[in-house]
Design a binder for this molecule. Structure first.
Ligand SMILES: [Cu+2]
Length: 121
């Protein structure tokens, strides 16, 4: 009789353990799913500067350019690989990073002393 009670207790403990393990696994899967969301980065233009001045992105990643100044700016690759065209005050434009790994310098074509760098890898 005593051994029967012990085995029932064992079954209950085992079931509880499986439930806990199942819960832990589903939490892990949810965290993984959210990190799989489409990647994008934002370059903010403020006070005639690109911020951050240097960013590292993955090939083809979406890059958003937000202009917080009162005048239009562009984000234009010096080798012509990408160009937002005019980004008007308060507006955001989006472009895709090059798919080929490398370092890409860019400027504002209106204010050519404004410079920045995108590293694709
Ligand atoms: Cu500019």
């Amino acid at each position: 009789m005593r051994s029967l009670i012990n085995s029932r207790v064992a079954v209950v403990v085992l079931s509880a353990t499986l439930l806990l393990a199942g819960g832990a696994i589903s939490i892990t899967q949810n965290a993984g799913a959210s990190s799989m969301a489409t990647k994008s980065v934002t370059i903010t233009i403020h006070n005639f500067m690109f911020m951050p001045m240097k960013i590292t992105v993955t090939p083809g990643e979406t890059i958003k350019v937000t202009n917080k100044d009162q005048v239009a700016h562009t984000l234009t690759a010096t080798d012509g690989k990408f160009n937002t065209g005019n980004v008007n005050p308060g507006k955001t434009k989006t472009f895709k990073a090059p798919t080929k790994p490398g370092t890409y310098d860019y400027i504002c074509s209106i204010h050519q002393y404004m410079t920045g760098e995108i590293v694709v890898k």
